[in-house]
Design a protein around this ligand. Structure first.
Ligand code: SF4
Length: 210
């Protein structure tokens, strides 16, 4: 880990010692998988709101895999893109049931073979559930990593590739959750609060002209 990344990671930890994932899956791999798929272009709050009833009706990958067209949809229509998300969940759960014995796999390649799962979701699962580390390059992580000067380009592949060697695997999950909280409180997309920012001393962009 380089010195600057270490200091930023420690400063974020001091700011948000109890940082947890905004999706309330209770450490359940299946629930976090489903909720992460639903969270694309949707708020965590909205996903949390629909999840209780969804998991009452579909408590396992098998139950979701065996659902008929239209059954998942009616539980998730408020999360947006619900038709494609329902289709992805049904197909992914079929594969989880048939290929992985009903368990969410932990390897990146296996996760990426599930419909609806990209690197962001796969890294979230690997970090939060399996303790394997993973940089979740979401919009906050991308924006702030570039502003801080930890990453060179605003694209998820670059941010994941450049941040991964800077932060030890066991700290990556916490780092990503904390940077989301930091992005909401201080380093917002349009009006970052540089004048009161606790990371300003490490930041390449504190003039906020980017
Ligand atoms: S100084 Fe400004 S741009 Fe830099 S991290 Fe803080 S809020 Fe973001």
């Amino acid at each position: 880990m380089n010195n600057k990344a270490l200091k930023i990671t420690e400063a974020l930890y001091a700011l948000y010692p109890d940082a947890v994932c905004g999706l309330h899956a209770g450490g359940d791999p299946y629930k976090l998988f489903v909720m992460a798929v639903l969270s694309a272009q949707c708020t965590d709050e909205r996903v949390n709101a629909v999840s209780a009833e969804l998991f009452k009706r579909f408590p396992t990958p098998l139950s979701m895999a065996e659902s008929k067209e239209g059954e998942i949809e009616k539980y998730i229509y408020t999360v947006g893109l619900y038709n494609s998300k329902a289709k992805a969940l049904r197909e992914a759960c079929k594969r989880i049931t048939e290929v992985y014995g009903g368990e969410i796999p932990s390897e990146m390649e296996d996760l990426l073979s599930l419909r609806g799962v990209g690197r962001k979701v796969a890294n979230l699962l690997r970090g939060d559930i399996f303790g394997l580390g993973g940089i979740v390059a979401d919009t906050h992580c991308i924006r702030i990593s570039v502003r801080l000067g930890l990453c060179t380009k605003k694209d998820p592949v670059t941010v994941e590739r450049e941040l991964t060697p800077l932060i030890p695997a066991e700290k990556q999950s916490g780092f990503c959750h904390r940077i989301v909280m930091f992005g909401r409180e201080y380093c917002t997309a349009r009006n970052p609060s540089c004048h009161i920012c606790p990371l300003a001393e490490y930041c390449d962009s504190h003039s906020c002209n980017n």
